[in-house]
Design a protein around this ligand. Structure first.
Ligand code: GLU
Length: 441
């Protein structure tokens, strides 16, 4: 049974980088008819905040990425303590006492001597008496004793991957203050929750190597790993600093539609082209993790807006009926309103502007001086309000006959006079929606 998890730390808002991880894990579980767990990595009591937990749920719900259950690491501390005991019993967890400054010094010395900055395991040589003394003086932390072998796995994105454990420091699993760190907590959860597939960012590759040994030491089954490349900006620049501005809720506020965002991220960095999908089910069908490459993936937020416009243009009235009603558009003309504007909005919120035009009239149109007299003459020929679908044709024919104008010179000033804009819906569709006659030019 396929089981995946998305495991954010509730220490900030989700951004596009997180979404890539969430989406891949979600799609794998759904495609296999398996289980998708939302796991909150909240073992850091200072940095984890409840309002971020709420925000994570809200953002995933907005996108339609539904989870089967929630797990919270803060409620599983007894499980991590038990796993630590197991590792101690197997002599794979040892207490070390170096302060951050001491570790820093060691690293600098090693680097000066041209050696890799790997923890030297000095703590293994301490006597019991040393340990008692140091524990009383400064408290100790706990490190996992790596087997210094080559750690290998078949990565679903990177392919055959290996890391020499001798080049990695024994990871700290429990801090001096007793806080269990991610490396252990994640392994215990993945093992006990029978997680079969773990997709996460390429920044976790070294973690994966050490976690494979911890899983094996605990007698668990190593899941399938896939490490997706990190997103960069359009020029290949690191996105990490800008991720704060690419929070999912900010994109939502900018009018980005969930299916536009999901469609882009489900294909970006894969061998397949981005295709706008109509539903999450279609995304699931079209997803294959093996199609993704290891190269950094360029993300341009501006790609989301044309996709959003295309998504909206393809929506049936029923999908937007609630928004249209909320604007105060009378039910009787709501479908006609949608027909008129659906290809002329970049975001849902733009409907409000069109409705304001139809309800209140155009804001003062930017007419060329030479068109003012023409528009005044034309408005005098307009049949009485309310208008029908035939009004535009009949009106423009009458204006043409009276003034001799035709083509753009005829239509553009009238469009500007009626809507205040040079572009927009078919005027034949606009006229019946006008709630009052156009104001005099
Ligand atoms: N909380 C970890 C992170 O957000 C989870 C990593 C993982 O998927 O194992 O980086």
């Amino acid at each position: 049974m396929t089981t995946t998890r998305f495991a954010p730390s509730p220490t900030g808002f989700l951004h596009v980088g997180n979404l890539r991880t969430a989406l891949f894990n979600f799609l794998i579980a759904r495609k296999a008819g398996g289980t998708f767990i939302l796991r909150l990595d909240d073992t850091d009591p200072e940095r984890s905040k409840e309002h971020f937990v709420d925000a994570i749920r809200e953002d995933l719900e907005w996108l339609g990425l539904t989870w089967d259950r929630v797990e919270r690491q803060s409620q599983r501390l007894d499980r991590y303590a038990a796993a630590a005991d197991t590792l101690r019993g197997k002599d794979r967890l040892y207490e070390a006492f170096e302060t951050p400054t001491e570790l820093d010094l060691k690293r600098k010395k090693q680097l000066n001597m041209g050696k890799p900055p790997v923890y030297d395991r000095a703590a293994l040589d301490l006597t019991d008496a040393d340990r008692d003394r140091l524990r009383a003086e400064r408290g100790g932390h706990w490190r996992f004793l790596l087997d210094r072998d080559r750690i290998e796995w078949q990565d679903s994105i990177l392919g055959a991957t290996s890391i020499d454990a001798a080049s990695v420091s024994d990871p700290v699993l429990i801090r001096g203050d007793g806080q269990v760190l991610y490396t252990l907590a994640s392994v215990v959860d993945d093992t006990e929750m029978c997680v079969t597939h773990v997709v996460r960012g390429a920044d976790h590759v070294t973690n994966t190597a050490t976690q494979i040994q911890i899983i094996e030491a605990l007698g668990g089954t190593v899941p399938n790993f896939a490490h997706h490349s990190l997103l960069t900006g359009p020029q290949g620049e690191a996105l990490s600093k800008r991720l704060g501005t690419l929070a999912l809720r900010d994109l939502r506020d900018q009018g980005v539609e969930p299916m536009a965002l999901l469609s882009l991220l489900a294909r970006l960095g894969s061998a397949d082209p981005v295709e706008l999908r109509g539903s999450v089910d279609e995304l699931i069908e079209g997803f294959d993790i093996a199609r993704f490459g290891a190269a950094p993936t360029k993300f341009d937020v501006n790609d989301l807006f044309p996709l959003t416009a295309r998504h909206l243009a393809a929506q049936p009235f029923a999908a937007v009926a609630d928004d249209i009603r909320a604007l105060g558009v009378p039910d009787a003309i709501a479908p006609a309103f949608w027909k008129a504007v659906h290809e002329n909005i970049a975001a849902r919120a733009d409907m409000a502007e069109w409705w304001a035009v139809f309800r209140d009239g155009a804001p003062q149109p930017a007419l060329d001086e030479g068109d003012r007299a023409f528009v005044a003459e034309a408005l005098a020929l307009l049949p009485p309000h309310p208008y029908g679908p035939e009004t535009w044709g009949a009106w423009t024919a009458a204006v043409k006959e009276k003034t001799g104008r035709k083509g753009k010179a005829l239509f553009m000033p009238l469009r500007l006079a009626v809507t205040g804009r040079a572009r927009g819906p078919e005027m034949a569709d606009v006229m019946p929606l006008l709630q009052q006659p156009p104001k005099p030019a």
